[in-house]
Design a protein around this ligand. Sequence first.
Ligand code: TYD
Length: 210
Amino acid sequence: MTRGCFIALEGGDGTGKSTQARLLAEALRQKGIEVVVTREPGGTPGAEAIRELLFDPPGEIWGAEAEALLFAAARSDHVANRILPALEGGEWVVTDRFVDSSRAYQGAARWLGDAVIKQLHEIGSGGLRPDLVILIELDENTIAQRPAERDDGSSDAIGRRDDEYHREVARAFRSYAEADPEGYAIIDGTGTSQEVHQRVIGAVKPLLER
Ligand code: TYD
């Protein structure tokens, strides 16, 4: 059985990752590939329960360390019970966020550092890396404006952190992509969802030809 490909969509809040994950999965299925679409934090009953712990309490209740541990615990369950079984069964997995979100939001923007997040990921999830990370970027001003625009009660405590926090998240994502051009595709998130989807398809092509 050939192991499936593992693709993570990453980027700031409100960059359109969920829509792109769905469109990518539909396009892959049309090519006859079996695809699991999932998200973080979440994707399993255990990880969805941790998601509620992270986001349901009102306001900011978690310190940086507890927050990073909760995300790592959710990921550990997601990897063990959903991602690895699918990949090993030959299915492709498309996830809306993975460990780079913890590196950017907790490691970089909450100052825990990259080494700590990588260590937690090693313990929790054996250091699993996607075959490809698709980083969807919107310019800094748009990213900074998004959480405020979406502040209609739908954005969570992390989404509501200030503009500088979200700029730091965006800078961190870009630095990971620039350090590993093979492992990442940087996608311009402007335009219609179909326009962005065509860019995503272009980035995934090498995996289809493998
Ligand atoms: P998500 O549901 O993807 O929301 P959005 O559509 O706003 O991107 O993610 C929820 C929030 O959780 C988002 O603000 C990013 C944050 N997050 C982290 O801080 N660390 C992580 O490891 C993950 C997976 C998400």
